[in-house]
Design a protein around this ligand. Structure first.
Ligand SMILES: Cc1cc2nc3c(=O)[nH]c(=O)nc-3n(C[C@H](O)[C@H](O)[C@H](O)COP(=O)(O)OP(=O)(O)OC[C@H]3O[C@@H](n4cnc5c(N)ncnc54)[C@H](O)[C@@H]3O)c2cc1C
Length: 467
């Protein structure tokens, strides 16, 4: 069973060294060999690669590669390595603190490598493909990736570099837990494949590895049978402790196919709720799913599976239309052990004012069973049950400044570490080299060794500021 989803059409560029280069060529890039894709030096391409969703850090690269093939990525990584130039992959640039930026170096814009092919019960996808494209290609065959981020317009390479946390984690783990094989370009410029059995050290260091050892050009993803519809519940609980206690029970039982929690500041104070989904359930299942949970209110709806996965898209469109999307996003994401989550979250929420988080802020609080997370990264606290606690702040007009929010993130990070937590490294926290060593913990020696082996000159992904 094969359904190819063609990559986005783009001009053929047989002689990239002459015709396909756009803008004045800096001296460092004068000797580039022919490429299948384009190497861009024009203002628009450099501008687009200079920022990100965070809108706080801006660093212009010297060049942007829009690869026509994985070979292009390998050629250009080797080229940059020989000249001491830094390189980073870029998916959708939805990181928030310069993670995909390369001052005066080369950004590899993977958006031009976006093909998706469904082969039996796997999806073979190029690194720049969006998750929305993957699921649109698999659903007609009755298949779906088992686990998603809440927003589908992120690149596969981008979320696999971070981890990919979502509400299906209680059954299927993270997105990186559902990768069967990767094709990557290492920091030496070698195009190679890795999997749990082939170069497992590289596989382990790339999944959730923040682009430090290789650029992902292709991933083979597991697929599972797709539900047709979803019965979707929003259930409100009176306190943080009531919410987390119920989430703990529900995720251990596996009662719902999807489970996340949120807290929201309203004019009447904090509300706490779970969003829970049961696949192919009907109203007849309501009693079995929700009786006795102790919730104070419930909203229920039936929704088509794709619309369920894509349900935050209208809110994102709203944020774009009112300007919130375009504002700085000093996001904070942490992973807290169950033993300290209530104390940290209750105290944190008590200290937040509307201005501390902004008009379109989202606060996530959802449970993760660490036994379901089989890859070493992202780093989780060492308990059976942990919680993602995210403060997705926006520096809206009248709210704290982006700088104040970043400073608050750093204080929150220190509180997280003191409580035995780790951070999910997609947000905006200034970390020192020592913080990073502590962050990786027991995995640090293996991660450091992989970095030295696969990127010996340390040219990959400087925006993460790890090495
Ligand atoms: C609205 C929104 C909702 C989100 N929801 C979730 C969520 O539910 N769960 C979750 O886990 N995360 C979520 N995220 C965070 C998101 O998963 C990460 O920020 C992710 O890295 C962004 O993907 P991207 O394609 O924009 O990557 P980019 O921002 O372009 O890159 C992120 C990092 O990965 C590197 N990179 C990118 N592509 C590659 C590649 N092919 N190979 C190697 N390195 C690469 C970059 O150099 C950079 O360091 C959300 C972000 C936003 C903006």
């Amino acid at each position: 069973m094969t359904t190819p989803h063609s990559p986005t059409p783009r001009p053929s560029t047989a002689d990239a060294s002459a015709d396909a280069q756009h803008g004045a060529v800096p001296a460092a890039f004068e000797a580039v060999p022919p490429l299948d894709g384009e190497l861009c030096f024009d203002g628009a391409a450099l501008e687009a690669a200079s920022g990100d969703f965070g809108r706080m850090v801006r660093q212009a690269p010297a060049a942007v590669l829009k690869p026509g093939s994985a070979d292009d990525v390998a050629v250009m990584v080797r080229y940059c390595r020989e000249r001491g130039l830094k390189v980073a992959g870029r998916g959708q640039g939805h990181s928030t603190y310069g993670q995909a930026q390369v001052p005066a170096g080369l950004v590899v814009d993977l958006g031009s490598l976006d093909a998706v092919e469904i082969r039996d019960d796997t999806a073979v996808v190029q690194g720049g493909a969006l998750w929305s494209t993957v699921v649109r290609a698999s659903l007609p065959l009755g298949l779906t990736p088992p686990t998603f981020t809440d927003y589908l317009e992120l690149s596969v390479g981008g979320t696999l570099s971070a981890g990919g946390l979502g509400g299906q984690i209680g059954h299927h783990g993270t997105q990186v837990d559902n990768v069967l094989e990767l094709e990557v370009v290492t920091g030496e410029g070698e195009l190679t494949t890795c999997s749990p059995t082939e170069r497992p050290d590289l596989f382990r260091a790339v999944l959730g590895g923040l682009g430090q050892c290789a650029i992902i050009t292709r991933a083979t993803l597991a697929l599972v049978p797709a539900p047709r519809s979803v019965r979707f519940y929003v259930l409100t609980f009176p306190s943080v402790a009531a919410l987390t206690a119920r989430e703990a029970e529900l995720i251990k039982e596996g009662r719902f196919d999807y489970l996340i929690g949120q807290a929201r500041l309203t004019p009447d104070g904090w509300i706490h709720f779970v969003e829970a989904a049961s696949y192919d359930a009907t109203a007849e299942d309501d009693a079995r799913l929700t009786d006795g949970l102790g919730h104070t209110s419930a909203e229920v709806q039936d929704i088509a599976y794709f619309d369920f996965l894509n349900r935050i898209a209208p809110t994102m469109d709203l944020f774009k239309s009112i300007g919130e999307w375009q504002r700085p996003h000093p996001w904070y994401d942490s992973l807290l052990p169950a033993s300290t989550v209530d104390e940290v979250v209750t105290e944190t929420l008590a200290g937040l004012k509307p201005g501390s988080i902004g008009a379109s802020a989202v606060i996530l609080l959802y449970p993760i069973l660490t036994a379901k997370c089989r890859t070493p990264l992202p780093v989780m606290p060492d308990e059976e049950l942990v919680y993602l606690f995210s403060l997705l702040r926006t520096a809206s007009p009248g709210a704290d400044s982006a700088e104040e929010m970043v400073a608050a993130n750093r204080a929150q990070y220190d509180a997280t570490v003191a409580a035995g937590g780790t951070w999910y490294p997609i947000g905006s926290v200034p970390l020192t080299a020592d913080d990073w060593v502590r962050h990786f913990g027991a995995f640090w020696p293996e991660f450091q060794e992989a970095r030295h082996r696969y990127d010996p000159d340390g040219i990959l992904t400087p925006g993460q500021r790890i090495f």
